[in-house]
Design a protein around this ligand. Structure first.
Ligand code: GLA
Length: 377
């Protein structure tokens, strides 16, 4: 019997009906452009959140987490409503709310995606719940439909104005590939991302930094991109070339202009990165990662000293490229680096962090892994 089935049984006195897992993600390139209709190129990491679920015959919702042993969160179906405090269960409740579940359920969550590392543990939880509910209630929803539903849960129930990237890749990823996702219509292409045979690794550096700007800073950047679109009278930043955007600089205030400039240049870098991957040109991929970091640091201003130190130290250790990933103001950076340099690079980053009096960083590596799936019970 699966460990989660056993625990479900211990907690709720019977076995689950459906078990589903969904992964966290790392974004190779295409940062802060999912909400501007851009292309992004994330992949799923091997760490997943697993959810076990069973229907009840009444309207009670009971949610427990392996990580929060003593807590069972209980709520009546009719009480599901947005913005109800900070409970860890709100990501799961939001998904039940948005999918319009019509009977009570028991849910057990085993979250194995590192929390607070910028690896989308919240999207993993939402997508595992959505996959399990879709299966249990035979809703027949497609992956893009589940992506939109889970994003809505996070936007409208939890109250975080995130884009669609994290949920999409958690649902749609294939092993061995990065997901080229068109955030305008959620069409996608799986781009092989096999770096081990090239003697390369993608080191994930969790800076363990969480700066307060995270929430307000994200919403403010998003608002700047919307302002640029409105003032230029275009339908989205996707629909303007870098040259055309630059030619219209005088129509925007400096902050709006430079933030939009990040978006239009990042969209181009994603397509260039796909070309680089398709031709196995990892030197070029590294350059694009570096350009992306500089744009996020200097133009979009969402980096922070810890992320910059991780990136600079990795480059000094011979990484082909490195950049911050995710929303910024903390969380993780990635470095594309030769496998035989990884240990040395980790040591140098740990030392540099200690010298700067930063919290000790954590390191992960992960091959591109599978998206959400039901696990045979
Ligand atoms: C967070 C959001 C995503 C995306 C990234 C930045 O992870 O959840 O939607 O906007 O930041 O690329």
């Amino acid at each position: 019997m699966l460990e989660i089935s056993k625990r479900f049984h211990d907690l709720f006195g019977r076995g689950p009906e459906v078990i589903a897992a969904a992964p966290g993600r790392v974004n190779l390139i295409g940062e802060h452009i999912d909400y501007s209709d851009g292309f992004v190129l994330p992949f799923a990491i091997s760490d997943t959140t697993v959810v076990a679920i069973a229907k009840r015959s009444d309207n009670l919702i009971r949610i427990a987490s392996v990580q929060k042993r003593t807590d069972i969160m209980e709520m009546q179906l009719g009480e599901l409503a947005p913005y109800q405090g900070e409970s860890w269960a709100r990501y799961a409740l939001g998904v039940l709310w948005v999918l319009g579940v019509d009977t009570g359920v028991e849910v057990l969550i085993n979250g194995r995606v590192p929390l607070g590392a910028g690896l989308s543990s919240s999207a993993a939880l939402e997508c595992a719940v959505a996959t399990a509910v879709n299966h249990l209630f035979e809703m027949g929803k497609s992956l893009p439909e589940l992506a939109r539903a889970t994003q809505k849960a996070e936007n409208d129930y939890v109250g975080v104005p995130c884009g669609i990237m994290d949920q999409s890749v958690s649902l749609m990823a294939h092993p061995g590939s990065a997901l080229l996702l068109d955030c305008r219509d959620l069409t996608s292409e799986h781009i092989p991302f096999l770096i081990a045979p090239q003697g390369l690794e993608l080191l994930i550096i969790d800076t363990q930094a969480h700066h307060k700007l995270v929430d307000g800073g994200y919403a403010e950047r998003r608002a700047s991109c919307e302002k640029a679109v409105a003032e230029l009278g275009i339908t989205s930043l996707r629909n303007i070339s870098v040259a055309e955007y630059a030619a219209r600089q005088s129509e925007l205030d400096p902050v709006t202009y430079i933030r939009g400039f990040h978006a239009v240049t990042e969209m181009k870098r994603v397509l260039d990165a796909v070309e680089a991957l398709k031709s196995n040109n990892f030197t070029r991929l590294g350059e694009l990662l570096n350009q992306s970091h500089r744009s996020l640091r200097d133009d979009y201003t969402v980096s922070c000293p810890e992320l910059n130190l991780a990136v600079d130290t990795a480059l000094a250790q011979g990484a082909l490229g490195a950049r911050m990933v995710g929303g910024g103001f903390g969380g993780s950076a990635i470095a594309l680096i030769r496998t035989d340099h990884v240990k040395r690079c980790q040591g140098a980053i740990t030392k540099a962090f200690a010298e700067a009096n930063f919290k000790a960083p954590r390191f992960f590596t992960s091959l591109p892994s599978a998206g959400a799936h039901v696990i045979p019970n």
